[in-house]
Design a binder for this molecule. Structure first.
Ligand code: RB5
Length: 141
């Protein structure tokens, strides 16, 4: 299952991503926020997203704030989360192959809908390579 989270700055892009996922029949759970007008705080949504992502090993998070930086910083404070801020498909590909990222962070202000969907497609279809990368993952904590 895909877990979506954003603050107000990521809300418009999250809504576009939700439409895309629906059109592909991919089940998504939205943990908020629910308006672009709110003066909310992205750490609250990163934490809510993490809690849902960790309910099942197969879950994947997509978190969006203005830059994606704050979301990735907060998400990665949980040792079981490997969040990657990706600006293009190459980063999304490598974040999955080498880092087994379970959360994709996007910028709601500087990544277009079209680019975001390309990044998401790569992120959701690329497998972790394991091997030497698995050895390195064990050294994260
Ligand atoms: C909100 O203005 C902005 O700071 C937030 O969305 C995010 O970009 C933080 O990293």
């Amino acid at each position: 299952m895909i877990i979506l989270a954003s603050d107000h700055a990521g809300y418009p892009l999250k809504e576009e991503i939700k439409k895309f996922l629906n059109s592909e029949n991919i089940i998504a759970i939205d943990v908020g926020c629910y308006s672009r007008e709110q003066l909310d705080d992205y750490p609250d949504f990163a934490k809510a997203g993490n809690a849902k992502v960790l309910e099942d090993d197969r879950n994947v998070g997509i978190y969006i704030c203005g830059t994606g930086v704050g979301m990735s910083m907060v998400a990665n404070r949980n040792p079981k989360i490997r969040a990657a801020l990706c600006h293009n498909e190459i980063f999304a590909n490598l974040a999955r192959r080498h880092n087994d990222a379970n959360v994709l962070c996007l910028s709601g202000r500087y990544t277009s809908k079209r680019k975001a969907i390309k990044i998401i497609k790569v992120f959701l279809t690329t497998e972790f390579e394991g091997g030497r990368h698995a050895r390195r993952l064990k050294k994260y904590s």
